[in-house]
Design a protein around this ligand. Structure first.
Ligand code: ZN
Ligand code: ZN
Ligand code: ZN
Length: 370
């Protein structure tokens, strides 16, 4: 698996004229090697010369965590007294174009630029982004398992099994996080719980607001689930419920009907060959026509895989045509400042047989007795 991915990376490097790819902390590393580095102050770096052998440079104390794969990379642990920048520069050799992974600490980028003065620099994602965006069958299966686990938590929310009224958003968020882990996730990446007017901020951080009966509560949560090969895969789902057995206020119910139609239209538009921006437009057209255009002020979706946000982005200006294996969220929203917010999100995979939505939890604005 990793040897095959590395081969595809080398082909992309050749196509783009990149002489060496330098991969530090972030999702490229586990995708390529199965090893997930902690974001430490020591340098971790996979050095991939286009034509030579790959080497994983790690601090000695981290080396025991690496599962060695001699057919993929050599392991080069360094001592506290060694300068890893000099080591990486030596392994890279004389290069004119270097690509470096997007989440590398700036301190290492600056030092490497000094140590390799003849290199022109590119973002690593120009090489790895388009490759990681297209999932193989095992990756789609891993995303599906994560989505099914998130769906089970969504069903608990919609079934009234997660108490809401009288609890703080922060309490409910922690509860959802525990349930994500109980359903098989290795870790929780986020659990947004935004009630009443707080939901008008799309990335509201769950706080001490106490949920009241009649509040619309927006819950957007996801985690990472372990998979074969060492890299975990992410879930991400949003559902809204009305707390305390009350019906949704009329203006909210009207907006939700539009949102639901827009989300379904965008999913249906996600056909192989369709540009990503057309999927965004499919949702936006319906929300605009209903007069809510100004209240839908973010992109329709993002790719998902080892990282919760990655290529391809479902946004105006991204003309990338969908291919089988592209996995992304479809999550339009409508927000009314000071009053309420609504969003509906599923993960969808483009396939030759049409759009494959991985999330199946009820799409309705469910009233819960909780
Ligand atoms: Zn989400
Ligand atoms: Zn999302
Ligand atoms: Zn639906």
């Amino acid at each position: 698996m990793h040897a095959e991915r590395l081969q595809r990376v080398r082909t992309a490097m050749a196509d783009q004229g990149v002489d060496v790819l330098l991969v530090s902390v972030g999702a490229d590393l586990p995708w390529l090697t199965g090893y997930e580095a902690m974001p430490l102050e020591w340098l971790t770096m996979l050095v991939v010369p286009r034509d030579g052998n790959a080497t994983l440079v790690v601090p000695r104390l981290e080396a025991p965590r690496v599962v060695e794969q001699p057919d993929v990379f050599a392991l080069a642990p360094f001592e506290e007294t060694t300068d890893p920048i000099e080591l990486v520069a030596r392994l890279a050799g004389s290069v004119s174009v270097a690509a470096i992974s997007d989440r590398t600490w700036a301190r290492f980028v600056v030092d490497l630029q000094d140590a390799m003065p003849n290199a022109a620099w590119r973002r690593g994602s120009t090489v790895t982004g388009p490759l990681r965006a297209v999932k193989d069958a095992a990756e789609v299966a891993a995303l599906r398992r994560a989505a099914e686990a998130a769906d089970r938590v969504a069903a608990q929310l919609q079934g009234g099994q997660i108490p809401l009224v009288g609890r703080t958003e922060a309490d409910v968020s922690a509860d959802i996080g525990r349930r994500l882990v109980a359903e098989g996730h290795q870790r929780v990446n986020f659990a947004i719980v935004a009630s009443g007017p707080n939901a008008a901020s799309p990335h509201h951080e769950a706080d001490e607001r106490v949920i009241e009966a009649g509040d619309v509560v927006l819950c957007d949560f996801g985690g990472t689930m372990a998979a074969d090969g060492g890299a975990g895969y992410c879930s991400d789902i949003t559902r809204c419920v009305v707390a305390g057995g009350r019906d949704a206020p009329g203006d909210v119910a009207d907006a939700y009907a539009v949102l639901h139609e827009a989300q379904a239209a965008a999913v249906a538009a996600a056909l192989v060959g369709t540009p990503c921006e057309d999927v965004d437009a499919a949702a936006r057209r319906i929300i605009d026509a209903a007069g809510y255009g100004q209240r839908f002020f973010h992109r329709t979706g993002h790719g998902i895989g080892v990282e919760e946000h990655e290529d391809p982005y479902v946004v105006a200006g991204n003309a990338t045509p969908l291919v089988p294996g592209h996995a992304f969220s479809v999550e339009p929203g409508i927000y009314t400042a000071g009053a309420w917010g609504l969003r509906l999100e599923d993960i969808v995979v483009a396939s030759a047989d049409g759009p494959d939505p991985l999330n199946r939890a009820d799409h309705a604005l469910v009233t819960v007795d909780a």
